[in-house]
Design a protein around this ligand. Sequence first.
Ligand SMILES: C[S@@+](CC[C@H](N)C(=O)[O-])C[C@H]1O[C@@H](n2cnc3c(N)ncnc32)[C@H](O)[C@@H]1O
Length: 279
Amino acid sequence: MPTHAADAQAGEPSAANARALVAEGYDAVYADGADSPALQDIWLRLACGTDFPAEFSHISFLTLAEAQRIAHDSGLAEDDRLVDLACGTGGPGLLIARETGAALTGIDISEVGVARAEARSQRVGLGGSAEFRVGSFEETGLPDLFADAALTVDALQYSTDKRSALHEIARVLRPGSRLLFTAFEVEPAHVQGYPVLGLDPVPDYTPLLSEVGFTVDAYEETAGWRERLTAAYQAVLDEPDSLTDELGEKGYMSLSLEVAVTLGLDPYRRRVLGVATRR
Ligand SMILES: C[S@@+](CC[C@H](N)C(=O)[O-])C[C@H]1O[C@@H](n2cnc3c(N)ncnc32)[C@H](O)[C@@H]1O
């Protein structure tokens, strides 16, 4: 769930400014969102499905079937290393780490998200094999050839430089290992002049993936994404009282502005699931 709406109305269209605004927005939502029964209820019912395990909850659109497909296609084995870029509060990465037995490194620009992910890893019994750090797509701070698979869920569209981000992911992956992702393709004509999504709108990730050293194995539109996004976002706008109580003024403001702008702007062409192998 994006949370950088305020910047869509004002702000310098620079990459650093955009990243700071995104981090601030997500910090505000993550501060109380993970413990908000109203938000969790909306998300399970409308965004990801009630079969998604609550202990690995998230605020993206990942379904359990998608997570299982990703775990299967990752090729990860016990004690391999998975990197989750833009991990948020860690749910999807930890779920896939548990399914595969892999160790996990999660990276996000939100300090609050990283702290929440760390706490969640302890709660689900994966504290010994998972670590979380503040960093960005464009600068992960990880060494070359660090990982046996990379994951990123519903976040690549926020990267202010997709070529650098995908190049960075290719750099940290060992040859023959895979990148698994869900992401929104951005419609350039709909986001022109907007500071985050408008900085580097990519309507199709496959040419960039090939350019930076991946072979694309699968690249598919995900089922029902538009209906799920619309229903969940509309519910956020329809429940201001309970959500403000649980998220606080700043958290709800951040969330509801983004949701309203996304519904109005219609920035996304498609939500896709991709699997690509590092050559
Ligand atoms: C919709 S949330 C998804 C979080 C997580 N993947 C999940 O499924 O719960 C998007 C995440 O992208 C992160 N993010 C946005 N831009 C980023 C960047 N340039 N580098 C790293 N993380 C970023 C945000 O802080 C946020 O946690």
